[in-house]
Design a protein around this ligand. Sequence first.
Ligand code: FAD
Ligand code: DLZ
Ligand code: SF4
Length: 524
Amino acid sequence: MSGTRRATCASLSFWGCGMRLILVLGDQLSPDLSALREARPDDLIVMAEVMSEASYVPHHPQKIAFLFAAMRKFADRLREAGHRVAYATLDDPDNTQSIPGELLRHAAAHGAERVIATRSGEWRLIAALDDLPVPVTQLPDDRFICSQPEFEAWADGRKELRMEWFYREMRRKTGLLMEGDQPMGGKWNFDHDNRKPAQADLLRIPPPRFEPDAVTAQVLDLVEARFPDNFGRLRPFGYATDRAGALQVLAHFIDHSLDEFGPYQDAMLQDDPFLHHSILSPYINAGLLSPMEVCQAAADAHAAGKVRLNSAEGFIRQIIGWREYMRGIYFLEGPDYTARNVLGHDRDLPPVYWGAPTRMNCMAQAVGQTRDHAYAHHIQRLMVTGNFALLAGIDPAQVHEWYLAVYVDAYEWVEAPNVIGMSQFADGGVVGSKPYVSSGNYIAKMSDYCGGCAYKVTQKTGPGACPFNVLYWDFMVRHRDRFQSNPRIGRAYATWDRMDADKRRQIRSDAAAFLDRLDAGDPV
Ligand code: FAD
Ligand code: DLZ
Ligand code: SF4
């Protein structure tokens, strides 16, 4: 090495002068990734499509295709920017089919002295990299608004963590929708203006779909051949797979859907999977869009008078509030979080989650669109499939694996707090102060599903009664000790206690009969 080179190298980094491997994972497709910011011209960037990542849960084929296509295009952009990139396709004969294996293969081939990575969004990969027999530096993932030390400092000493307080900190930190130190419009949260059911006959412009180009078409053939049995339809595939496409989805959302997002964000409609939702989570989570640019676009649209405040605020809260909060909780709570099960639920996930025919129209709608698009919106995930799993007492670890597998935006850092915490209350109240459970009433109010259902939502007992009606009370009674003093749902027990004793017996026996059918694998 020349004297000049040695001097340059010493001034560039304290990690030595030898060649390093820079790891870029499938959900780290951001040019300003912390690991990429460290890249020197002679470093080798390693990207790999590997079976270990593609099969640790049975991912939806569209999720695998989206990531592989986006990874291939991102690798091309890195090469165009002058980087050296070693990219292994899934069918490359030299591919060792795991991230550690690929790093070791390239370390041996190139004599690399160190691996530089951005910390993964899943504990298992962080541990796998820590265990590598070559030195590894795992840098913080700073594509978030709140760093982990900042979240931990915020959480430190609080008796309970609540998103709403955290969210206010993030509003102050980002300055989004702020007037000085006060929230725009005089309130932090405009949810009381939201939560309206949607009308089926209104014209809604669906999100843009993208015809597969040559790269995506090749990936689709690969995924079709290698993952033929995974739950979910691969085609038609319409996700964007690069930043330019993701920016188009963002612009389309801001122009056509954001204004109505607030009022209708909790609504559900038959055969309308997207309503006014943004469908931006796959792109933000994979790194094609940054959370701040998405929120800034929403705030700018409000400032330009194109979007009402309750919609801009509601949307921004989901991202700088919930999304950041969930990530903070995942890393705060540690690797055992996904094994939590405070309610002791142990029923197997029933076949209806994998598309078995069902007479429950709400479940058929939510699971059907999950199969078709690898997508369901928040209320379907929470109040249909999540609510049903919780009421039926399904093992939260199996519920967690299902959500991690079937959604195009699912990575453990965001999926687990939503499922184990918010949806299944398996963490005992770390994420939310009450379980999100409801009878069929909520679904009837927020959707048009019940009209087309074989069950009757107004019927409380008997063979035709909506299963959510009997399961709701069964759940409440089974967990009375835990919830009767909960200020947010404890009052329900007064209603139960006032009910006629025969009706209570009937509800419990209907619930038991329904759960027996579920366990037997009978259609429900
Ligand atoms: P929109 O409704 O348009 O919302 C805008 C954005 O806000 C989203 O793109 C997302 O980035 C963010 N957001 C909204 N709610 C949440 C939330 N609770 N947590 C984190 N971010 C949020 N989101 C994921 O990104 N990955 C998951 O694996 C995931 N699993 C979930 C599982 C359950 C049981 C529940 C109840 C929610 C889950 N969510 C998950 C949150 C939410 O459902 C999705 O972010 C949202 O449906 C994505 O669709 P969208 O982009 O159209 O969102
Ligand atoms: C989800 C996923 C899949 C299906 N395949 C790959 C892959 O082949 N290579 C890769 O680098 N990443 C993949 N990913 C994303 C990782 O699983 C993700 O980085 C971790 O789950 C951490 O969020
Ligand atoms: Fe779902 Fe019950 Fe309505 Fe049927 S009646 S769609 S099961 S809530």
